[in-house]
Design a binder for this molecule. Structure first.
Ligand code: GDP
Length: 471
């Protein structure tokens, strides 16, 4: 990277930090990042968090230190070119007479919620209420995986990707096409398009099959860049240096353009400005999919979390210039699929899943916490009798049939390593246990005045993430 490029990045960064501090008022701003892999629960989390901050009846564990939130209201968000998180549409989906799950995160979006906070005691009476802006930034975890690409050349990326996918059934079509192409051949746009379409097809199929190592992340969620050259490349069987005008030379160029025009701007414009972060993990979903999915999730999470240890990446370190995410919450989402008696086991599995990444560094001094949450509680707990035993279940309305059913998802082990070691050993199935999950629809709501959406531990999550800044 040239000095000019570094300087350009830094200048923009300084400018943006300045904007956050001064505009539109000088009230304090908390930038809360919400991420997680596709379908981890980001959209539902943000919708419920905002609804529960506006109507705080179900948020007893959120208390501003020495103060209280008196009002919360949405404001136009300050970043004019970033799409707004479609809160109203998502909330309408969850609160309609026949509620349904909202559409999931496809790209970065943002929302500003302003909180009026009244300090208690004499000081509060004298100083009056003050305003704290909460800027919530929703972005796909897949985009964080792309950070690893910055350290790789096209040749290295191609070799690593092909080695990983060689044995996967989902990649068969792409690999056949790849064998029919010659990296040294004269570049043809149609060849590039065919290869990249097949490669994107592979990524989507792999994602559907439960693999999480699906980079480049923007191929899965292309947005307005769909069909553009930065998204029209694929790994090749590179053998030596590329020659001018060859397929390999152009693929190399596009790979580099992807890094500088897609990956870096995301980190510079969004990631570098986050103060607090929640990382949602659908650990239950992975356990249900089997050992391979859990092992794959572990690997993907380790790579995602390396973005929060900027020492690992020279470019990111320069960009951040010592700015840190102050707090990171790791949340096992959709915990309403489990009876509360099993929540500690789920949290322990999440902690063990992230242990490797957490042990290697302490996220540069960020405070971290793990908990099991449900942003929207779609079930109620029930105790059923089965063969004379009492079984702790959850029940709700099934998404597919619309019928009410009780579910016992299986017993999570006290020792999380019982699951993780099976996953690491590459077993096909859990040895002596079975984990079932049913997908529930959101339950129709009858909300009392002042109550937000029903949840599990969202107030504790909010307290950890922002409670200290609300005084
Ligand atoms: P995103 O891709 O990270 O934005 O994921 P979403 O927020 O769209 O969630 C994906 C799906 O997970 C939803 O459509 C729901 O089926 C399910 N889900 C998310 N949060 C919850 C929750 O708190 N409880 C339950 N039961 N299901 C949830």
């Amino acid at each position: 990277m040239g000095i000019g490029e570094i300087a350009g990045d830094l200048w923009r960064n300084v400018e943006e930090v300045g904007e956050t501090l001064t505009a539109p008022f000088s009230d304090p701003v908390i930038r809360l990042g919400v991420t997680g892999l596709s379908r981890a629960g980001k959209t539902v989390f943000i919708t419920s968090l905002v609804a529960n901050l506006v109507d705080r009846g179900r948020m007893p564990a959120l208390h501003a230190a020495g103060g209280a939130i008196t009002t919360a209201y949405l404001q136009p968000q300050p970043d004019d070119t970033v799409p707004r998180f479609d809160y109203e549409t998502h909330l309408a989906a969850l609160t309609s007479p026949q509620p349904y799950w909202p559409e999931s995160t496809r790209a970065v979006s943002q929302l500003r919620l302003s909180l009026r906070v009244q300090r208690q005691g004499m000081l509060g009476v004298m100083s009056g209420p003050r305003t704290v802006h909460l800027d919530i930034v929703d972005y796909p975890g897949e985009w964080l995986l792309d950070l690893g690409l910055l350290d790789q050349s096209f040749t290295e990326w191609s070799a690593e990707t092909l080695e990983r996918i060689e044995s996967r059934a989902e990649a068969a079509d792409f690999l056949t096409r790849l064998d029919g192409s010659e990296p040294a051949a004269h570049f043809e746009e149609t060849t590039a398009r065919d290869l990249s379409t097949a490669f994107t097809g592979y990524l989507n199929a792999a994602r559907g099959a439960g693999f999480y190592d699906c980079t480049p992340g923007r191929f899965l969620l292309p947005g307005e860049m769909e069909g553009s050259p930065v998204l029209t490349f694929a790994p090749l069987r590179v053998n030596g240096k590329s020659s001018r005008g060859s397929l390999q030379a152009e693929m190399e160029r596009r790979f580099e353009a992807y890094k500088s025009r897609v990956v870096k701007p995301f980190f510079r414009d969004h990631f570098a400005r986050i103060d607090r972060q929640v990382v949602l993990v659908d650990a239950l979903g992975a356990i249900h999919s089997g050992p391979a999915a859990l092992e794959d999730l572990r690997g993907a999470m380790a790579r995602i979390l390396s973005a929060f240890r900027p020492g690992r990446n020279a470019w990111l370190t320069t960009l951040l210039r010592g700015k840190r995410v102050e707090k990171i919450l790791f949340a096992a989402s959709k915990a309403d699929h489990l009876h509360h008696s099993q929540h500690p086991q789920l949290t322990a599995i999440l902690e063990a899943l992230l242990r490797e990444a957490k042990d290697r560094a302490d996220f540069s001094g960020a405070a971290t916490e793990a908990m099991s949450i449900a942003a929207l509680r779609a079930t109620v707990e029930e105790t059923l009798k089965h063969d004379g035993d009492e079984v702790s279940c959850v029940s709700g309305i099934l998404l597919d049939s619309g019928k009410r059913a009780a579910m016992y998802p299986g017993t999570l082990p006290e020792d999380p390593n019982q699951l993780l070691s099976v996953a690491r050993n590459g077993e096909d199935s859990w040895l002596d246990a079975d984990y079932n999950l049913m997908r529930f629809a959101p339950a129709p709501l009858r909300l009392k005045r002042g109550d937000g959406l029903p949840h599990i531990r969202l107030d504790k999550a909010a307290q950890f993430l922002i409670g200290d800044r609300l005084s």
